[in-house]
Design a protein around this ligand. Structure first.
Ligand code: SF4
Length: 88
């Protein structure tokens, strides 16, 4: 943006409450460009990415609504479920 080199950045992580030095190299720049391209695609198609359902979900405040456990399954809300056998 300002046509100046950016050789590194710093990332603060709350878990260890430390800043970590991040070297900005060609590989990181390419990964960032791919992420930005992917985000632009999602915005253009008005679609949400599938939930990840990994360790990041463990303490996520959005989990009750996100339902990441269903990420790999198609949920059909409108077809009645078969009746269960009961031992009554
Ligand atoms: S619960 Fe949903 S929003 Fe939260 S981290 Fe997992 S996939 Fe992302």
């Amino acid at each position: 943006m300002f046509n100046r080199p950016v050789p590194h950045g710093e990332l603060f992580t709350g878990k260890d409450r430390r800043r970590h030095l991040i070297t900005v190299d060609d590989e990181l720049t390419a990964a960032l460009q791919r992420a930005v391209d992917h985000l632009r695609q999602l915005i253009e198609h008005s679609s949400m990415p599938r939930p990840v359902h990994d360790n990041r979900c463990r303490r996520c405040s959005l989990r009750p609504g996100c339902l990441p456990e269903t990420a790999g399954r198609r949920i059909d809300l409108f077809t009645p479920r078969p009746l269960r056998d009961t031992d009554d």
